[in-house]
Design a binder for this molecule. Structure first.
Ligand SMILES: NC(=O)c1ccc[n+]([C@@H]2O[C@H](COP(=O)([O-])OP(=O)(O)OC[C@H]3O[C@@H](n4cnc5c(N)ncnc54)[C@H](O)[C@@H]3O)[C@@H](O)[C@H]2O)c1
Length: 307
């Protein structure tokens, strides 16, 4: 298959592109490098530097005649989305809509969209299934929800074939340690530099962490099996920030200093989601547990630091 991966110079998109290449597909990456890096681009992929918000992107998609599109390009800094919701929506809503329209015009056979369980807002029951109420509490979740709704419209009204994957907290090699989210990458970078990491609150808040290799595998399955609808991609297993710090200490084999700051307003105490629907439809299962994933991620950060 000839696959377009948008956001393929970023953290998750680069792993998806790599997994698609490994599965024998032809991969073209579009990224404007606003948050991605050339060094993330996998060997064997063709790279085009372009924004998905540009008119030229429509012409490009139509001309290239991709079989499938995997859409990971997005704005994803929550705080920026609060300060600059128009910027966030321009990329996540209008950019995604441009992609959907271009895909329909060019006869793309299947699309996989990267979404987030942030569209759910407060988790009112756990593990959250796909029938959980959807009430995003930040502009980032709102823009991703809008993308999901446009995908539903394209599916229902125009018969487009689309999988929407909602991830929980993804971690692994190549995650940007200078972003506002991605606690494992942020803490790793600080501990490796002998700097203290700041835990907001007492560290008991729990998240459903999933390794990027499991996420990339789910994307390949969704592209190849062309499953329809919206699915949660997660581990259905919650770990606290304190658990993460313990695992990082074990992985790095050194003292890791933490400081406690005030809890973030609106930070939920616990999030956990169910992947049963996607697993029963496709056979995909997450394979990497948190300790194994943190060990291999720490090894990657240490190798990169030594380069
Ligand atoms: N990291 C997570 O835990 C997580 C969780 C849920 C969902 N997601 C979703 O997964 C996707 C990838 O996230 P990530 O963590 O890899 O982020 P990332 O910032 O590493 O990757 C996003 C990529 O998109 C590119 N990009 C941004 N705006 C663009 C534009 N206008 N045109 C072309 N390229 C553009 C960036 O340069 C970057 O390379 C996003 O859609 C995000 O919403 C991520």
């Amino acid at each position: 298959m000839k696959i377009l991966v948008t956001g393929g110079a970023g953290f998750i998109g680069s792993h998806v592109a790599e997994a698609c290449l490994r599965a024998g597909h032809e991969v073209v990456i579009v990224d404007d490098l606003s948050m991605g890096y050339r060094s993330n681009l996998p060997l064997g992929a063709r790279f085009v530097e372009m924004s998905i918000t540009d008119e030229a992107f429509t012409d490009f998609v139509v001309a290239e005649k991709f079989d499938t599109i995997n859409h990971h390009a997005a704005h994803m800094e929550l705080r920026v989305s609060v300060d600059k919701p128009v910027h966030d929506a321009t990329i996540n809503v209008l950019g995604s809509l441009r992609l959907l329209e271009a895909a329909r015009a060019s006869g793309v056979q299947h699309i996989v969209l990267a979404s987030t369980t942030a569209v759910l807002g407060e988790f009112v029951h756990m593990p959250a299934t796909e029938s959980h109420p959807v009430l995003p509490i930040a502009p980032y979740g709102v823009s991703k929800r809008a993308m999901e709704l446009y995908a539903d419209y394209e599916r229902i009204t125009h018969g487009m074939s689309i999988t929407t994957l909602r991830y929980t907290n993804v971690y692994g090699p190549r995650q940007n340690p200078h972003g506002e989210s991605g606690v494992i990458a942020i803490f790793l970078e600080r501990f490796m530099n002998g700097a203290p990491a700041v835990i907001h609150g007492d560290g008991s808040q729990e998240r459903d962490y999933i390794h990027v290799d499991d996420v990339a595998a789910a994307n390949v399955v969704a592209l190849e099996q062309r499953v329809q609808g919206t699915y949660h991609i997660c581990r259905n297993s919650a770990a606290s920030v304190n658990d993460v710090v313990h695992a990082l200490r074990d992985a790095l084999g050194r003292e890791c200093i933490v400081q406690h700051g005030p809890a973030k307003a609106g930070d939920p105490a616990r999030t956990r989601a169910s992947h049963d629907l996607f697993s029963s439809c496709t056979g995909w299962m997450p394979k990497i547990d948190l300790h194994e994933g943190i060990n291999s991620t720490a090894a990657w950060f240490l190798r990169r630091g030594a380069e």
